[in-house]
Design a protein around this ligand. Structure first.
Ligand code: NDP
Length: 296
């Protein structure tokens, strides 16, 4: 194996510790405790796990954590009323509505009801527009985590060829915008891309956000490239359940210069960036300087 393994777990711990330091000084110097509200509708098991660990880590860095668990049959009007109340609650600086929502609820309507300043997931249409035009915004957590790891590894990303595989609103598109913001030459690939391997082979940076187990083999990767694997795929191998990414880790690690593992790469960075976004939102709401190194 030639590649440096980018340890997302260790990096996420560093980000959380930096967030914790800012929380401590916000409390001590200004008497402000950043607050994050997470709203879960229904009982989707995976969502319940995510919400629990978000709440635990929020408390661990010293922030106020509020969880609203609503019945699966909650009406749109009731959910919107809760979001309105949270928008107007000065002790809450970040609001996250756990997706996916049950089918009878309009996700776009619900997300766009969150105050953009408290939209710590960065999915509100205003934040999407601000990011797209290079203005200060709330940045989606997963791509922000990927960007932080790439900056840490490369220093400057300026002029590098980057390929993002996947064009979803939550990962692929914002990732591409962030890389463009750091002056990469960016290609967005998707299911209709012709000759994907040739496109990937040109890249100094490959971000795979597809949702297909081990789809990218090592012989697609340029020697020395950085490979960021966003995919989380549960597969069965040798009679055991296993978590794998969108790239074939073993063969990609032979040629890449750096690579994130699954698990232990991008995943831990996502929650760390949610906490970072909450502190950033709190500082902005109070007209205070933003923490350095925790935003795009
Ligand atoms: P989506 O399903 O929304 O998007 C997948 C994208 O991959 C689409 O743009 C699709 O193209 C593209 N795609 C599908 N098949 C191919 C193919 N054969 N070749 C090229 N492109 C293809 O997924 P998400 O963006 O939400 O998530 C992607 C992965 O990242 C998933 O495994 C998910 O679990 C994981 N994830 C991990 C997170 C973390 O914290 N680590 C957070 C969020 C997601 P098209 O648009 O043409 O259909």
């Amino acid at each position: 194996m030639g590649a440096q393994i980018i340890d997302g777990k260790a990096f996420a711990a560093k980000v959380r510790s930096k967030v914790g330091e800012h929380v401590t000084s916000l409390k001590a110097d200004h008497g402000i405790t950043p607050g994050l509200a997470v709203v879960l509708v229904g009982e989707d098991p995976a969502s319940q796990v995510y919400v629990r660990s978000k709440g635990k880590m929020t408390t661990e860095v010293g922030m106020k954590s509020v969880e609203h668990k609503l019945d699966v049959a909650t009406s749109e009007a009731d959910l919107l009323a809760l979001i309105d109340a949270l928008n107007n609650d000065d002790s809450i600086h970040g609001i996250l509505v756990q997706l996916p929502l049950p089918g009878h609820l309009d996700e776009d309507l619900v997300i766009n009801a969150i105050s953009p300043a408290k939209d710590v997931d960065g999915f509100h249409i205003s934040n999407v527009g601000l990011l797209g035009t290079g203005q200060k915004s709330m940045v989606p957590c997963t791509p922000l985590g990927c960007l932080m790891m790439l900056r840490e590894h490369h220093g400057s990303l300026s002029g590098l060829d980057a390929v993002v595989i996947g064009r979803s609103n939550i990962v692929g598109k914002p990732m591409a915008q962030l890389l463009l913001g750091d002056s990469c030459t960016v290609t967005i690939a998707h299911s209709r891309t012709k000759d994907l391997q040739d496109v990937v082979r040109r890249a100094d940076i490959v971000v795979a956000a597809v949702g297909r187990p081990e789809m990218v083999p090592g012989d697609w990767i340029k020697k020395g490239a950085s490979v960021i694997d966003v995919g989380i795929n549960r597969i069965e191998r040798d009679g055991k359940n296993k978590l794998v990414g969108d790239v074939d880790f073993a063969s990609c690690a032979e040629v890449a210069g750096a690579i994130t593992p699954v698990p232990g790469g991008v995943g831990p960075m996502t929650i760390a960036c949610l906490l970072a976004n909450t502190v950033t939102a709190c500082c902005r709401a109070n007209g205070l300087a933003e923490p350095e190194g925790l935003t795009a």
